[in-house]
Design a protein around this ligand. Structure first.
Ligand code: 5GP
Length: 163
């Protein structure tokens, strides 16, 4: 029940910040308002627990967002396993329809978690971005590991998962 997972802001928090879900009540969130129909959106698929709708500023035409409808969580770090499963199933169903409907050649499935990962709306959401052969969209650059670095990083993750 973490409604306070966003960055801390002081009493000068403005309505813009409030409307993005943090740090106060989730019901003021833009996506919660879309679920309730208080903000219009192009909804394409809905289950009891999830909703898929067009992103207002698409990376590519047909860019969709999939969200849990009743969530009081902010991102991957506090969403319940049950809600996440429901979101993932909707992602699977809608990705298939998205590719077919637009005659796309693939779909990128992405999620930004926390401010420094690019998250601006603090209600869990997964981006579905249709891709087309030769569209030239570059999502992120690839790097490389120095000698021994990959083993070190893998070990740190592995040890944390054991705890
Ligand atoms: P984030 O950066 O948090 O992962 O992505 C938030 C997404 O929400 C952005 O791609 C942005 O275009 C989209 N978005 C923000 N406000 C609205 C809105 O009012 N309606 C819709 N449909 N999408 C929105």
């Amino acid at each position: 029940m973490n409604k306070f997972a966003g960055p801390k802001v002081g009493p000068l928090a403005n309505s813009f910040q409030l409307s993005l879900c943090y740090p106060f009540h989730m019901n003021d969130c833009i996506f919660c308002k879309i679920v309730r129909g208080e903000i219009s959106s192009y909804k394409v698929y809905e289950t009891d627990e999830t909703l898929a709708f067009l992103d207002i500023n698409p990376v590519a035409k047909g860019h969709l967002l999939v969200i849990p409808k009743g969530s009081d969580s902010s991102n991957i770090f506090d969403i319940s396993a049950h809600e996440w499963s429901a979101v993932m199933e909707t992602v699977r169903v809608v990705s298939t329809a998205l590719e077919k409907a637009l005659g796309a050649d693939g779909v990128n499935i992405m999620m930004n978690n926390r401010e420094h990962a690019g998250q601006i709306i603090f209600h869990p959401h997964v981006h579905l971005i249709p891709r087309f052969k030769g569209d030239g969209l570059k999502l992120w650059p690839h790097g490389s590991y120095k000698e021994g670095e990959a083993a070190e990083v893998a070990e740190a993750i592995l040890e944390t998962l054991k705890k």
